[in-house]
Structures are given as structure tokens and as C-alpha cells.
Design a protein around this ligand. Structure first.
Ligand code: ADP
Ligand code: MG
Length: 249
């Protein structure tokens, strides 16, 4: 690794465009996430938030523009995509746990297959991360026997077990009953406090205000406004931001 790579932001996006057929979903996105920063992304349904997040680890193929992850151009065909992806943890709205595996196995399988860890080491890492999300002792349970909030915390622990440099969250609490949201946000807050670099698509404005270093408001495939979350939420500059916030706050 060169020094320029180490000095680079965690994520840098330049003039990113993405269409599905004739539907241009991302229309020139520019922004960056610094090391250790928590960036929250808000915006109406269909504004391109998930597509943006999915482009960052190339679950979607961008049409044009640049995405640098820790200084590495992930669109360059020469780039080792698996190596880049291994540094990015992703948590989805729908948990995506393996239903036929118990909690412990959910956390160890990729550690062994992708990271090449021994079973013993993988189990140690898994147990530490289950403790961290408040689910120590639930390792033999199958996902279907956990609440949605517990399943999402397992999904976070699973991502953490791969030792990512950064975490992407796509509406991690949107599928949860309201009383289960708090535990998940608490885990995310702890992670942020430990210095994890995070990009979080969320409708939880309280979380964005309290934990976010930066808030990005997207609409129609562009970033309409970004800034300090407290500033943006209490004093939005753009009409579209004002209209959106008046509906959700
Ligand atoms: P958000 O997460 O902000 O709700 P999305 O990024 O999911 O928005 O979607 C933005 C637009 O892109 C929507 O119009 C959606 O229908 C469209 N879209 C997303 N994924 C696909 C896909 N795989 N194929 C076709 N259209 C898609
Ligand atoms: Mg979405």
C-alpha cells in the first residue's frame, strides 16, 4: 500500500451515474466519507439511496463516474473486487441471515470460507461479536426463533466478524416493530463511538441527529443538500429538503 492510499477518504464518489433501462436513478453523485465518519443518507422512496449504497460495493454496476474505496478505484476492471468487498460490511433491511444455520454458524461460515480462519478462531470472533450486540448465549438458536431486532443484531455481528473497515447500512430498522428499533440503533451507536466508518440509509432522524457526522439528503438521484445533521434537520436550505422533512419529522 502506498501512502496516498492510506491518506485517502474511506469512500470517495465522483460524478456517479446509474440507470436501469431508461430510468436514470443516480444523476451525478459526488461525496465522500472520511475515515471514522458516520454519514446518514435520507430521502424519499425511489430517490436512489439503496442504489448508491449498492454501487459502493459493486452490488450494482455504475454506468459512469468514480468510486474510490480507501483510494482504490473499484470500477477499474484490474481491481480485486473481492479484496475491496472484504473491507466493507453490509447490513440490509431484511437481515438476510441463513435460515438453515444457527446463529453461531451464520457468523462463522464466511470467516472460515472467505477469511480462511480455523473453526476455533471463527467461533471466538463470533462469540465476541455476539456479546457486543447483546446476544451472547443465543448462538445455538435458529434465526426464525429470534425477533426481528435480534436477527438484525445477528446480521450486524456477522458483518463485524469479517473485520470490515467500514459498514454500510440500508434502512436497518425499517422492517422492525417500533419497540425493537432502539436496541439495533444502540448497537450502531456503540459502533460509531468506537470509530467505525459508517454509511447509513435511515429514516431515524433522531439517530442521524445524535450519531451522524454528516447528513445527505437525496431526491431524484441527486444530492440536494448535505451538511451537519443538526443544521440540516433544524434549518434545511432547500425547498425539497424542507418538504421532505415536514413529512417525516
Ligand atoms: P431508494 O432506496 O431511495 O428507495 P432505490 O435506489 O431502491 O431507491 O431505487 C431508485 C429507483 O431505481 C427506483 O425507481 C427503483 O424502482 C429503481 N430500481 C432500483 N433497483 C432496480 C433494479 N434492479 N432494476 C430496475 N430498477 C431498479
Ligand atoms: Mg432503499
Amino acid at each position: 500500500m502506498t501512502t496516498s492510499v492510506q491518506a485517502a477518504p474511506a469512500i470517495q464518489i465522483k460524478d456517479l451515474h446509474k440507470s436501469f433501462g431508461s430510468n436514470e436513478v443516480l444523476r451525478g453523485i459526488d461525496f465522500h466519507v472520511d475515515d471514522g465518519e458516520v454519514v446518514c443518507v435520507i430521502g424519499p422512496s425511489g430517490s436512489g439511496k439503496s442504489t448508491l449504497l449498492r454501487c459502493v460495493n459493486r452490488l450494482e454496476e455504475p454506468d459512469s463516474g468514480q468510486i474510490l474505496v480507501e483510494g482504490v478505484d473499484i470500477i477499474d476492471p484490474e481491481t480485486d473486487l473481492d479484496a475491496v468487498r472484504s473491507r466493507i460490511g453490509m447490513v440490509f433491511q431484511q437481515f438476510n441471515l441463513f435460515p438453515h444455520m444457527n446463529v453461531l454458524r451464520n457468523l462463522t461460515v464466511a470467516q472460515q470460507k472467505v477469511k480462511g480462519r480455523s473453526k476455533k478462531e471463527a467461533i471466538e470472533v463470533a462469540r465476541a461479536n455476539l456479546e457486543k450486540v447483546g446476544l451472547g448465549g443465543r448462538e445455538n438458536v435458529y434465526p426464525a426463533h429470534l425477533s426481528g431486532g435480534q436477527q438484525q443484531r445477528v446480521a450486524i455481528a456477522r458483518a463485524l466478524s469479517m473485520d470490515p473497515d467500514m459498514m454500510l447500512f440500508d434502512e436497518p430498522t425499517s422492517a422492525l416493530d417500533p419497540e425493537l428499533v432502539g436496541d439495533v440503533l444502540e448497537v450502531m451507536k456503540t459502533l460509531a463511538g468506537e470509530g467505525m466508518t459508517m454509511m447509513v440509509v435511515t429514516h431515524e432522524m433522531g439517530f442521524a441527529r445524535e450519531v451522524g457526522d454528516k447528513l445527505v439528503f437525496m431526491d431524484g438521484g441527486v444530492i440536494v443538500e448535505e451538511g451537519d445533521p443538526r443544521e440540516v434537520l433544524s434549518n434545511p436550505q432547500h425547498e425539497r429538503t424542507q418538504a421532505f422533512l415536514s413529512k417525516v419529522l
